[in-house]
Design a protein around this ligand. Structure first.
Ligand SMILES: O=P(O)(O)OC[C@H]1O[C@](O)(CO)[C@@H](O)[C@@H]1O
Length: 503
């Protein structure tokens, strides 16, 4: 079944069920409260408040099967060339497990194990040193994943190292960070897959000069030669990455060194094990009971069936406040495409705008619009069952708000006063982790990775390239001399703005 036929039939399914109010769908089939849910090891997900019924779900799973989703998953794990525009595999799964019998995947897994032993050696060296603080310099996939995992898993009191992140090229970020650190007790990790990223090169130079001692400078890159040459870093302080791992899928590699330094290598390997558990579920479970497939098809239903323009991720755990930042790159840099694998135009919309924040704060910022605005925004609500903070009354309040918001979004509330009426019908998925641990976070992030991939399969697009980020970089490099007054800009508006910036 081609993707345009899939989308045409999807719209017919929506025509059959899409206009039924969500509260009515639920009232007509109360068993869906239990049936539209999956428990996959530490991750529970309820789709019971999504605007589809059993027949629509059956159609969605059949459409995914017709798109050869299970075959495409096997291709991913086996290291086939799924990144067709760059002629590469996407073997982030090999970084955390060896579920594939293919030579390519097994070779990749061996390389990943070697890199992990290199990580352990670096951690042992730094642990035996006077270093107390680590500055991780990187951006995008070389920053967002490690930053999320360190924030989520570091616990209330820091471990052996305090880990800090520097991503933005704005010098204020470096100035404010370094003001509070001692160069004699700090080590820096320069993380860049290409080692050609302007922000990381400029910030790396600041750290090199500030440290004053290159012996505490490390680099993680798929281009270790360039890293070594650019900063005079010897091989023992260069850790590898590979072109068969996408940047936004790389936190499971030595890019995760900041995570391992913050929580310990054993906990980092638990993080990998959690992802590997989810991998096994996704690879081996038939689509109708497959969590990543169910999540992906719900996203397709909301995007292509119901036409929603955005998707929110609302983490009801303060330790997951960076989750939406991380998912924005994972989802939108993977699925923000408008041409199919063969270069022809897609048949319908692809990724909506993903955004989000942390509950309960967001209830006091944009929830008014979500409840009474004219745009319906489907949302993933993510909670954690076990509290690790000693304030049970706060945790009960947190859970009460999580449950209340998803119920109010779905059911709304009538009123004689139109200003106080809630339309309801706002769909949501509720995801609950048993506890926030390295394993459960690894499993959750792997689920999102596979949901992204299965959405790309449904749309027939490449989830693993990102040519759309190149133009901005090219224009910025052209404008650098103009900002120094050594050249002029071609564009008239840019020329006027340059005059302002040059003062
Ligand atoms: O790790 P690098 O090569 O510095 O790239 C950083 C980020 O920049 C991008 O290439 C573009 O945003 C991302 O895909 C990548 O994660």
């Amino acid at each position: 079944m081609s993707d345009d036929v899939r989308l045409h039939e999807l719209r017919a399914e929506v025509g059959r069920v899409g206009i039924t109010p969500l509260a009515q769908l639920i009232a007509a089939d109360p068993a869906r409260a239990a049936d539209f849910a999956l428990q996959v090891w530490p991750v529970y997900a309820s789709f019971a408040r999504q605007r589809y019924d059993r027949a629509a779900l059956d159609w969605l799973f059949r459409a995914a099967a017709a798109a050869h989703s299970e075959r495409r998953l096997r291709a991913l794990f086996d290291g086939e060339t799924v990144n067709v525009t760059e002629g590469r595999a996407a073997l982030h799964t090999a970084l955390r497990g060896d579920l594939s019998a293919s030579d390519t995947a097994r070779a990749a897994h061996r390389q990943a194990l070697e890199a992990r032993s290199r990580m352990r050696a670096v951690i042992e060296t730094l642990t035996a040193s006077e270093v107390t603080d680590i500055v991780s310099v990187g951006i995008g996939g070389s920053d967002l994943g490690p930053r999320l995992a360190v924030d989520a898993l570091s616990g209330a009191t820091p471990g052996r190292f305090r880990v800090h992140f520097l991503s933005n090229v704005d010098g204020h970020a470096a100035q404010r960070l370094l003001a509070g650190l001692d160069p004699k007790r700090t080590a820096a990790l320069l993380i860049s897959k290409t080692f050609g990223t302007q922000e990381t090169l400029l910030n790396g130079a600041i750290l090199r000069d500030w440290l004053g001692d290159a012996s505490r400078l490390y680099a993680i890159s798929a281009n270790v030669e360039r890293a070594g040459a650019a900063f005079g870093i010897p091989p023992e302080r260069l850790l590898p990455m590979w072109d068969w791992v996408g940047g936004r899928y790389s936190l499971w590699s030595a890019v995760g060194l900041p995570i391992a330094l913050a929580i310990g290598m054993d906990a980092f390997e638990d993080f990998l094990a959690g992802a590997a558990q989810m991998d096994a579920h996704v690879l081996e479970t038939p689509l109708p009971r497959n969590l990543a497939a169910w999540h992906a098809l719900t996203a397709v239903w909301n995007r292509n069936g119901l036409g929603y323009a955005t998707q929110a991720v609302l983490a009801y755990d303060d330790r997951l406040k960076l989750l939406s930042n991380y998912l924005q790159q994972l989802v939108m840099e993977s699925l923000g495409k408008s041409v199919r694998l063969d270069g022809s135009a897609v048949a319908g919309d692809t990724v909506p705008v993903w955004w989000g924040g942390v509950g309960t704060d967001t209830q006091h910022s944009f929830f008014q619009a979500l409840h009474q605005g004219t745009s319906i925004v489907p949302a993933d609500f993510i909670g954690v069952v076990r509290a690790d903070a000693p304030y049970p009354q706060n945790h009960r309040a947190l859970h009460a708000n999580l449950l209340a918001q998803t119920e109010a979004f779905a059911n709304g509330q009538a009123s004689d006063d139109p200003h106080r009426a809630y339309a309801g019908g706002r769909p949501s998925t509720t995801i609950l982790l048993d506890a926030l641990t390295p394993q459960s976070l690894g499993a959750l992030l792997a689920m999102y990775e596979h949901s992204v991939y299965l959405q790309s399969v449904f749309w027939g697009i490449n989830a693993f390239d990102q040519f759309g980020v190149e133009l901005g970089k090219q224009v910025a490099n052209k404008l650098l001399p103009a900002l120094a007054g050594d050249a002029e800009a071609d564009d008239p508006v840019t020329r006027e703005l340059l005059r302002k910036l040059r003062g």
